[in-house]
Structure formats: structure tokens, C-alpha cells
Write a protein that binds this ligand. Structure first.
Ligand SMILES: [Zn+2]
Length: 298
């Protein structure tokens, strides 16, 4: 699954390129990914104006001018290409009649594409996707069980720690539970608990307010860093116009998937353990159990 930083970058790109545009056509390769039939989807979407694009967890929610929503849940391996013909011309990258400008609208090899007045968004490489055309109420109902987005302005350290109250599990499992908090996957969770200096195996019921504060601010740091540095987490963003800017800087605060490599903070080899059958990386020196004897006052 692509994680929040990748989806947030897609959201920003979409927001820049398709907000205010009208949907002109669709390309659908697999009807089984839709929550409706192709005919209804096309009738419902073509001609609609896109008001804005919201991200909740890893869902992208397109708000349309008739009050309905187009919700994209993109699966593992997915790559979104978001291109603008206008921008290409404005930057002198391509001319009106160049091959590249034509390519912008050539989405016939994509799995799903939305073409607007001056832009196109296409999905490639996905093993699975959910493409849902819904009413506002249906989206609301769908999200009833979902926890808040970690970057939500309404999420305070107090509300964050309240989400974990009465849970009896490991810190890592709790962070990756979308009912508690939306959109944090295996990769982000490892990096968040590393940044917080707490072991992923620590029991949530033992953690105190001060520990939750550490986890909360570590979560914000890790997310903002990942979004800012535009490194590839699960996939590379691929916009024909922005290829160079996404070449990516190494994420110096990440330990996920780096078993045996030196910890970026202290140099100790990074270890791995299984939590809910998923590999979890940690530094045995930088990360502690703050609830264990001797650490009570940390
Ligand atoms: Zn370390």
C-alpha cells in the first residue's frame, strides 16, 4: 500500500492541476474495480467540475460540483501519473503539437484515467484499486470506522492519546490500526517509533501521557519530513513534468527495511522482530521500553 506521504504528494499535484477543471472523459480497464457499472460512472462523472481534492488516510476524495464524491483507494504497486497540458506549454517543455503533448492524453495503457479540460490523471501498475462514485453520506458512512488522519488540524496530542486508551496491544500494532488512526502502514510506523525512541513492542496500556506526546510529535516529524523530501516510500511519483524534482533525497531518519544496517543515529546494527507476523525494524540502543524498571522517569 502506498503510504500517506506519497498520497499527500498526489493530492497536492491533483489539487494544482485538476481543481476547477471539468471531467471530459474516463478510461476504465477493469470494471471490477468500480463500485458501479461503467455506464453509470461515465454518466455521473463526465461534465462534472472538480471542486477540490481531499486526502483522508490513504484515500483520495474528489469533491464534485453536484455534491457527490469520487473516492480512489489505490493498491500496492500503483503509480499515478498526473499531467497538465497547459503547464507543459507554459514551461516551454512541449509545444501544442509535439509528441509529448499528445502523450499527455494518451492514457489508453493505463488501468484507470480521468481526463479533464487541461490535465489527465492515470493509474498504472496497480494490483488492485477501489474506484467509488458515492454520495457525501455514503463517504461519511464509509469513514465511520476510520480513525482521524494523522495530519488533521483537529488532532491534538490529547485527542491522539485518547484514541489509544483502553487498547491492549503493542505500540506498533496500535499505530497501524486504521480504526485508531488512519493511513499509517508498516513503514511509517517503524520510523515513527524510532523517532520517538520507544520500542515497537511496548504495550500500549503501560504508556503514559508523556510517552504518547513523544509518539505524536514523532509522527508529525516523520510525516512532514517524508512529504517534504519527496523520497519514494513504496513507489516513485511519476509526473512527466516533474521527474527531476522527484529524483529523491535519501531519508536519513528511516530505519524500516534496513535490518543489519547501522542506525542513522548511533551506528548500532538495526534489528528486526515480528509483530503480527510483519517485520518490524528497531534500534536496540536508541529505542527503549520507557515503562520498564529503571526507565520510569524518562
Ligand atoms: Zn540507534
Amino acid at each position: 500500500m502506498p503510504e500517506i506521504p506519497v498520497m499527500e504528494r498526489y493530492r497536492k499535484q491533483l489539487d494544482q492541476l485538476v481543481t476547477g477543471e471539468r471531467i471530459r472523459s474516463l478510461h476504465v480497464q477493469r470494471e471490477s474495480w468500480l463500485n458501479t457499472d461503467l455506464h453509470s460512472l461515465t454518466n455521473g462523472l463526465v461534465g462534472r467540475q472538480i471542486l477540490f481534492i481531499e486526502r483522508k488516510g490513504t484515500d483520495l476524495i474528489w469533491h464534485l460540483d453536484d455534491g457527490r464524491r469520487l473516492v480512489l483507494q489505490i493498491g500496492a504497486g500503483s503509480r499515478l501519473e498526473i499531467v497538465s497540458t497547459l503547464q507543459a506549454v507554459a514551461h516551454g517543455v512541449v509545444g501544442h503539437s509535439s509528441a509529448e503533448a499528445d502523450q499527455v492524453h494518451d492514457v489508453s495503457h493505463s488501468q484507470f484515467a480521468v481526463i479533464t479540460d487541461h490535465a489527465a490523471m492515470a493509474i498504472f501498475g496497480a494490483r488492485n484499486c477501489h474506484i467509488m462514485w458515492l454520495t457525501a453520506k455514503q463517504v461519511e458512512d464509509m469513514q465511520l470506522e476510520l480513525g482521524p488522519d494523522p495530519l488533521s488540524r483537529h488532532l491534538t496530542p490529547e485527542r491522539f492519546s485518547q484514541r489509544f486508551a483502553k487498547r491492549r496491544t503493542t505500540l506498533k500494532s496500535a499505530l497501524t490500526n486504521p480504526n485508531i488512526i488512519a493511513g499509517i502502514g508498516n513503514h511509517l510506523a517503524d520510523d515513527i517509533v524510532f523517532a520517538a525512541g520507544i520500542l515497537p513492542t511496548v504495550r500500549t496500556e503501560k504508556l503514559k501521557e508523556e510517552h504518547w506526546n513523544r509518539v505524536f510529535f514523532a509522527m508529525l516529524d516523520v510525516l512532514h519530513h517524508a512529504i517534504e523530501h519527496e523520497n519514494d516510500m513504496d513507489l516513485q511519483i511519476s509526473s512527466k513534468l516533474h521527474e527531476k524534482s522527484y529524483a529523491g533525497e535519501a531519508m536519513d531518519i528511516s530505519i524500516h527495511g534496513k535490518t543489519g544496517e547501522p542506525c542513522p543515529k548511533c551506528g548500532t546494527p538495526i534489528e528486526v522482530t515480528l509483530i503480527q507476523r510483519r517485520p518490524s525494524n528497531f534500534c536496540p540502543k536508541c529505542q527503549i521500553d520507557p515503562t520498564a524498571d529503571g526507565h520510569e522517569n524518562e
